[in-house]
Design a protein around this ligand. Sequence first.
Ligand SMILES: Cc1ncc(COP(=O)(O)O)c(C=O)c1O
Length: 462
Amino acid sequence: MYSIHRILLVILMFSRPEIKIVPGSPGSKSREWIEKHHKYVATTTHDPEHLPLVIERGEGVWLIDVDGNVFLDFSSGISAANLGYPTHPEVKKVLVEQIEKLAHAAGTDFYNPYQVMLAEKLASIAPGEFDKKVFFANSGTESVEAAIKLTKQYRKARMFIAFIGAFHGRTLGSLALTASKPVHKRGFYPWMPGAVHVPYPNPYRNPWHIDGYEQPDELVNRVIEYIEEWVLDKYVPVEEVAAIIAEPIQGEGGYVVPPKSFFPELRKLAGKYGIPLIVDEVQMGMGRTGKMFAIEHFGVAPDVITLAKSLSGGAVPIGATIYKADLDFREPGMHSNTFGGNALASMVALKTLEVTEQLLPHVKSLEPLFKETLNKWKEEYEFVGDVRGLGLAWALEIVKDKKSKEPDPKRRNKILYEALKRGLVLLGCGKSGIRLIPPLIISEEQTKLGLEILGEAIKASI
Ligand SMILES: Cc1ncc(COP(=O)(O)O)c(C=O)c1O
């Protein structure tokens, strides 16, 4: 028996436009919008040279630009539009129904049933057999800020242990924990004091030059030892540590998958000293890796989980901080906001969760296609240094050559552009990574098409 979700999924996968690129793109309309954008809109992260894409609308996994070109999307709006564009039909239905009832009514001052339903659902699916509560916000950085304040007031401590290569956001608290590119921090000191960074167990690049694929436990032991013997034992008094924060897979830092034993060992270490463990699932959560929470791959229950991006399938802004109920803010007013608990966002997220749960087997089924194709390129090309990923979260690291492992952002950017010219939308990650994160509704046929185009773009970069 097919469920309604399954039928809708099949319809979404097969009713689609095809790639259409007018030679000489970006077209004149795109060029005009890009010029006007840079005149009026703040400088953020756009790269008009390599990603000159002006999106007018989206249909499933397809993006249509203002000149009518049609692209296949392997970027999911930075891992937010997991259910495709403009959103999944069932989510759209809820969105329209809810806006006719209630969108915003000060969910942090007045009660509404919608946020309670979402919080109950999140508490029930997040790992950990303990009571949980949820703080609602509008973005990833805010969900991290809430985790910072929550653990500070709980532990009455002000320091944090975070990881080199991490990205946790750009506001002054989360920025302190971020450590993936100097540009994020340039000119903004002082950010929140008290953040101490330690090496992440990156199997491909780590300070000890350990091959983490061959010796995963050795790498994990070095990291844990470093925290315990060089940080906690030498200059960070354990009672001053409010929390340890880590991404289950580093996202912006390059889609770095740590060895399996990392989180169990980190959990053990945090538990030994009574330090809460925050896991930032803003990029990897909500089905992206084939499990609802990426941390489930490691069999660990964090004390705090941060979410945003794909929690609403990208349809409306939302952020959430799920935490062990014992950590709760001590008194009303310590932390709050205006849009948290927004009725519209809550109902959209609730339906998104339901649809995403149905998609998990599909996400897992596409994993081998990525794994095999990307590894084939790694064997074939001297400049494909590393391949890593899980589910529908994959990256290639482009280097000058395998021996030196020197990052080659120039070639990476060329590949991104060559792919776009052929109708495939990709994003970079880390210094010279290419991330492959299609919407979770992508079909096998569309996946093959995307990989074929990327293969051509890689060849064109030679
Ligand atoms: C792991 C992680 N945490 C936090 C953030 C910040 O989220 P936002 O851009 O919504 O503030 C990001 C954004 O990419 C992220 O990847």
